[in-house]
Design a protein around this ligand. Sequence first.
Ligand code: SF4
Ligand code: SF4
Length: 333
Amino acid sequence: MITGVVSDIQYFTIFDGPGVRTTVFLKGCRLNCRWCHNPEGVRHYPEVFHLWPKCSDCGRCDDICPTGAMKVTERKWHEGGVVSRDFPGEREVEFPALKLKDKMIRKIRIDKGLCIGCRQCVEACPEEAFVVSGEIMTVDEVINKIEEERLMYENSGGGITLSGGEPTAQPEFCLALLKAAKEKDINTALDTCGYVKWDILNEMLEYTDIVLFDIKNMDPESHKEFTGVSNELILENARRIIARGGVEIRVRVPVIPKINDSDENMKKTAEFICSLGLKGVDVLPFHPWAGQSYRLLGLEYPFTVGEWYPDENQKRIEEIFSSYGLKPNRLGG
Ligand code: SF4
Ligand code: SF4
């Protein structure tokens, strides 16, 4: 029985391929993008995160953890629901939805090397101050959930999208899910960063209707600096998908301030997409939502929390693509 680690299943998604879809997020990624919007999905195994604003500092988790994985890094007093400056240099942020009372909180780092994923802390916490990212699931379990929305796929032209993390980073599970969905006659989309051996990707394409293919940066050095790997394999795979045929490909360009949003990079990206013979491009505007996740999970966020990307910059990027004859399709934002 093939199993994999799933970080989330989202229903009724409209930006992850044609129609209304169900997106399955597989946990784990080979890249380490500085701006990653799903920081909880990067590692390949189930993880426990401490949601520090909900913590009442009762200490039960510390007492119960069998391995000493809990490291209390900070204690802070909440004043009427406003979080004081817990992170030096960051602005005060309100969490009205959490209905915080005046109380002491603690910020915990969980030592990933010591945590055995027993979830005793999760069960012991009276404030539900832990989140678990990553559930081990069988192919059948995932497909059964997907099938529940079959009518929606049929009415909207949608289907299943495998996303991540990076879905191909769990190659056996990803392939098995694509195969199983096709056996059920469900449309399949693969949302990939493209950093995967061609033989593995090629086999997946047999069972894929549409590939959503990220191009993040055209400069190999810069790509390596900001994602941890060069872009050569990625660009080569995009060319090979086109040469292979038999599958639709949509190139997606995530806009990241000061990392890939220069005119020069966008022009090179447009040239590359044109060289593939494509007529359109999906542009993903930068949004600051991930900043809250980073804060809540106690991780360092490389951008200003809550700061939106200027719309005029976004429009300028879309005009660059248009000037190359590409139809830009803004997704969200
Ligand atoms: S999951 Fe278990 S080992 Fe990991 S931090 Fe919680 S109690 Fe400790
Ligand atoms: S995380 Fe939960 S169990 Fe641990 S100290 Fe905070 S409230 Fe108590």
